[in-house]
Design a protein around this ligand. Structure first.
Ligand SMILES: [Fe+2]
Length: 144
């Protein structure tokens, strides 16, 4: 049986030596919620405890003719899965299910550091990170 408290304890134990500065958050994704591509400039451990989270991983395009980033892969994670994000990861997230999904996110530093970026939805140009803009999108979902 899945034990949320043990899961959180395991995530804490897996944090790096910078754990004194680590930040954790219980992230709730609304049905159909999606984020702009963004970076954290931090390593992260994501542990899903309910629902799903689809990650798209992006990479910078050297000498771009149009978009500054391109999709480079993805990973679907569901309840009980753990996903590690490296410090240089650019990702966007979608909750593809028609109910709230939840995950514990542990970052190995200050989540609100000022050097983060996001990429505009239409132009994929890099901009300073703004939390209120990064996760304000919601896809229309059909009823289950
Ligand atoms: Fe993120």
């Amino acid at each position: 049986m899945f034990d949320l408290n043990q899961f959180i304890a395991d995530l804490r134990a897996s944090a790096t030596e910078r754990s004194r500065q680590a930040m954790q958050d219980n992230i709730k994704w609304a049905p159909g919620q999606m984020t702009l591509p963004h970076n954290h400039m931090l390593g992260a451990v994501i542990g899903m405890y309910d629902g799903r989270e689809d990650n798209v991983f992006w990479r910078k395009v050297p000498n771009p003719e149009r978009f500054q980033i391109e999709a480079a892969g993805g990973k679907a994670i569901g309840s009980g899965d753990v996903c590690l994000l490296g410090r240089d990861i650019i990702h966007s997230v979608i909750n593809p299910v028609s109910r709230i999904s939840g995950a514990i996110h542990v970052y190995d530093g200050d989540f609100f550091n000022p050097h983060r970026s996001m990429w505009a939805a239409e132009t994929l140009t890099e901009e300073p990170y703004e939390q209120s803009r990064v996760s304000s999108f919601r896809a229309p979902l059909r009823p289950a």
